[in-house]
Design a protein around this ligand. Structure first.
Ligand code: SAH
Length: 349
């Protein structure tokens, strides 16, 4: 692992020929450690209800101008079956922090998907009670995604208010998920107002310290209906504040690959949103080995607006599928078959 000084140098690096060397190094590590196969994870956004007030997210509880939905279990199962038909190895069930998704109902849904398909199941349902995480693991859930968003505790508290009577400690939950036997995924946003280069270096060190199996990073995209989306939101002074740019996202992606060579790293939708033409491909060429085509049915998709102008908003599952395959092939990579478990977990167990 490179030391902190190197990380900070790379985060500040702007010379194109030096950056080419970083991309090449990350791409080489990716090829040597996780190979040329790109694994497909079908994303199903199962509910847009949320009790939280995250400063960055358009699904925050007090955003009244959106219609909320919760997908009926049969519809989720139909999406999972479609994922299996497309040849995907995994479905990711993601939602706001929605307690209308009751422990037993989610457990039952996981059990049905596991019984009726060969898919690995990843959950991304927020900061749920220990009993929920235990029950879902027992029902067969394989993986859990919970980004810590930023490792700076002051910034985190500012952008991610606690629920009344409960302190949000995503690091504790991540450790617990590991104990329960989940493959554990986390990640951060890049360019949050108030985030510094030092914070990003801490984030990268935290990825390695947590020994993550999956790492998702994307640019922060301001949503006008949120506190962090206002034009006058406080930022760090020039030179300290990290920009929410495509370039900085590639740097963090490449450095994440070098810090955690065996992790599964997606080329994210947020990256595709800032560069529709090439974001996915460039992510895959600079460290990523996973993509998450969206399987959410069209009538729900537009309502899951965590940030505006999200890529793939008006596509169907078939369109996302075809688009993803074409992009992967265009850069000479192969489609991964099977579950695509994290080589990191295999190495650990
Ligand atoms: N409720 C779940 C899932 C949230 S959506 C949870 O909190 O874990 C998944 C991720 O989208 C978040 O973890 C966050 O990193 C990202 N996200 C949310 N709002 C965003 C925004 N405005 N710009 C960029 N990424 C955002």
């Amino acid at each position: 692992m490179m030391d902190r000084h190197d990380i900070l140098d790379w985060l500040h690096e702007d010379r194109p020929e030096r950056l080419e060397a970083l991309w090449a190094q990350a791409d080489r590590a990716r090829r040597e450690v996780v190979g040329d196969k790109v694994h497909l994870r079908g994303l199903i956004e199962i509910s847009s209800h949320c009790v939280r007030l995250c400063g960055y997210c358009g699904l925050r509880a007090d955003h009244r101008d959106i219609e909320r939905y919760r997908m009926p279990p049969d519809e989720v199962l139909a999406c999972a079956e479609q994922a299996a038909l497309f040849g995907y190895g995994t479905v990711v069930l993601q939602a706001g922090e929605d307690y209308g998704l009751a422990r037993d109902a989610v457990a039952e849904l996981v059990r049905r998907i596991k019984a009726e398909t060969p898919l690995a199941v990843t959950l991304s349902l927020g900061e749920r009670a220990d009993e929920d995480l235990v029950a879902w693991r027992q029902a067969g859930a394989d993986r859990y995604l919970l980004r810590f968003e930023t490792s700076n505790p002051r910034l985190y508290r500012r952008i991610h208010p606690d629920l009344p009577g409960r302190v949000s400690d995503r690091f504790a939950i991540l450790r617990r998920l590991r104990e329960l036997g989940y493959e554990v995924g986390s990640g951060v946003m890049i360019g949050i107002p108030g985030q510094t280069y030092d914070d990003l270096a801490d984030d990268l060190e935290a990825f390695a310290a947590l020994d993550l199996d999956m790492i998702g990073v994307g640019p922060f995209l301001p949503h006008p209906a949120t506190p962090l989306g206002r034009p006058d939101v406080p930022r760090e002074p020039e030179g300290l504040q990290v920009p929410n740019t495509e370039l900085l996202t590639y740097k963090v992606l490449a450095l994440a690959r070098l810090a955690c060579p065996r992790a599964n790293i997606p080329s994210t939708t947020a990256l595709a949103t800032v560069n529709r033409a090439q974001g996915r491909e460039l992510g895959l060429m600079r460290g990523a080995n996973v993509v998450m085509p969206n399987l959410t049915p069209p009538q729900y998709r537009a309502k899951y607006e965590i940030y505006p102008a999200k890529a793939c908003l008006h596509e169907t599952a078939e369109q996302c599928h075809g688009c993803m395959l074409a992009r992967i092939r265009s850069i000479g990579r192969q489609i991964g078959r099977g579950r695509g478990d994290s080589p990191n977990r295999l190495a650990r167990t």
